[in-house]
Design a binder for this molecule. Structure first.
Ligand code: HEC
Length: 427
């Protein structure tokens, strides 16, 4: 008999010791994987900074992490490593699950990790320059909202290099994306738009406008996107006298409101060795057949001059299913750089390689997008439609954006042109 008592007591002690507590076990995980979004002013619907805030959500947190719905991350682990990979390890999921199942105990405050000093507002720090949409843009609760273009003069009187860039919307729930383009002085693009006034261009201009008509992208905001923070020695170029063209895509989400997005920039202290260009593999000419569950669309970008790939950003709409980036080496050998298996339109994420990927001259970047235009895709607005390129969510896009750092002597145009043939033999 005494023996049995001993072992029962032993089991109880082990079970108690094994139940993770908030402060000791769970809080460090929330800090590392959740709080960047789940804090005031960011996109997460509720803050998860304290025990009092997290406790009522314990069951929902368990469900969200166990299904890997949270944190949102879609890269196939078989290809590439990414610096911004915030997905959880199996051990972390087990800890959070055991905590919720064990009654979500608080534990000792003395075990708590040091609270992270999250910035209030700008994640990049105090910007050197801010540019804000002049009037809040009204967003209805329902209905289609055309892409809005707002041209805002930069006011820059000298050329600048941008080290960090962030866009802060004020009504995040309704912001599908904000892209800010750099329109150089004298460019005829959107010249009919009045500065500061939201403008909807004629639909026949859609192709060129959506991708910025050859103008470089300064920065992008989408739900889950981290601000651009370039390594020292790498920066984006903004010339004196340029305008910033905000492309705003709002989607009505059942709640009316208004948005007044602001762009913030921190400039490099000195000119960098490398200029960051936002380029892409894109296919504008596809037609996805009705009811096709797995339609592939290909695109490629020839590399004429060495570059370093520092970010991927696959973009499709509601029928988007999967996306793959490959590098074809000059030898012809192909390497998969990123595979997104379960593409989710609601999460437009960037994937930043943890080691820079060198693109040698003579190589080629390739992208494949797969679309599910069948009735089995719950997001599909109309399986019986033949679907072509267009701005709205019921139309489609196929773009694999990439940020490439190149020698700062290049312009966007010269980087995409082959080097002139050597003049050898002419004499
Ligand atoms: C990239 C930003 C981001 C990160 C990182 C993130 N979340 Fe979320 N979370 C959201 C957004 C936005 C929503 C609301 C939309 C949705 O449910 O998809 C959400 C929803 C949730 C919900 C569901 C709330 C409900 O209404 O049922 C839970 C629970 C949750 N998150 C927990 C977590 C936990 C735990 C982590 C970390 C392990 C985490 N999230 C990481 C942005 C994020």
């Amino acid at each position: 008999m005494p023996r049995i008592f001993v072992s029962v007591a032993f089991f109880c002690a082990a079970a108690i010791a094994a139940t993770p507590t908030f402060h000791k076990d769970v809080e460090p995980i929330l800090q590392a994987k959740c709080q960047s979004c789940h804090r005031p002013g960011e996109i997460g619907p509720m803050p998860l900074l304290t025990y009092a805030q997290a406790r009522p959500w314990a069951k929902a947190i368990k469900a969200a992490v166990a299904t890997r719905k949270m944190p949102p991350w879609f890269a196939d682990k078989a290809h590439g490593r990414f610096a911004n990979d915030w997905s959880m390890t199996d051990a972390q999921i087990a800890t959070v699950t055991a905590w919720a199942d064990g009654g979500a105990p608080q534990g000792k405050p003395a075990d708590a990790p040091k609270a992270i000093a999250w910035p209030d507002g700008w994640n990049i720090g105090k910007p050197d320059l801010t540019v804000r949409i002049q009037d809040p843009f009204p967003i209805p609760a329902q209905g289609k909202i055309d892409y809005q273009y707002v041209v805002l003069p930069s006011g820059l009187t000298e050329d600048k290099w941008v080290q960090m860039a962030e866009i802060r919307p004020t009504f995040r729930q309704a912001v599908h994306h904000v892209v800010v383009f750099i329109r150089e002085k004298g460019s005829p693009w959107l010249k009919e738009a009045k500065p500061g006034v939201p403008y909807v261009p004629p639909t026949n201009q859609q192709f060129q406008n959506t991708l910025g008509a050859g103008n470089d992208i300064l920065t992008v905001y989408t739900p889950g996107m981290l601000p651009d923070v370039f390594k020292p020695g790498m920066a984006k170029f903004v010339p004196a006298g340029c305008d910033f063209v905000f492309q705003l895509h709002y989607t009505a989400n059942g709640k009316a409101g208004e948005d007044q997005s602001t762009l913030g920039l921190i400039f490099a202290k000195e000119p960098p060795q490398q200029r960051v260009l936002s380029l892409g593999v894109a296919n504008l000419g596809f037609a996805i057949p009705p009811n096709d569950p797995n339609y592939a669309v290909e695109a490629r970008l020839p590399i004429y001059h060495e570059g370093t790939l520092i970010s991927f950003f696959p973009h499709m709409h509601l029928r988007g299913k999967a996306f793959e980036f490959r590098l074809q080496h000059p030898s012809g050998e192909k390497e998969t750089l990123l595979k997104v298996n379960k593409y989710d339109f609601n999460w437009q994420l960037a994937y930043r390689p943890d080691k820079p990927i060198v693109l040698p001259p003579g190589s080629r970047l390739e992208g494949t997008a797969w679309f599910d235009n069948s009735a089995n895709n719950p997001a599909n607005p109309d399986p019986n439609a033949t679907v072509k390129w267009g701005e709205q969510s019921w139309e489609e896009m196929m773009v694999g954006f990439v940020d490439i750092a190149v020698d700062s002597k290049f312009t966007r145009r010269s980087y995409q042109r082959p080097a002139p043939k050597p003049a050898g033999g002419a004499q």
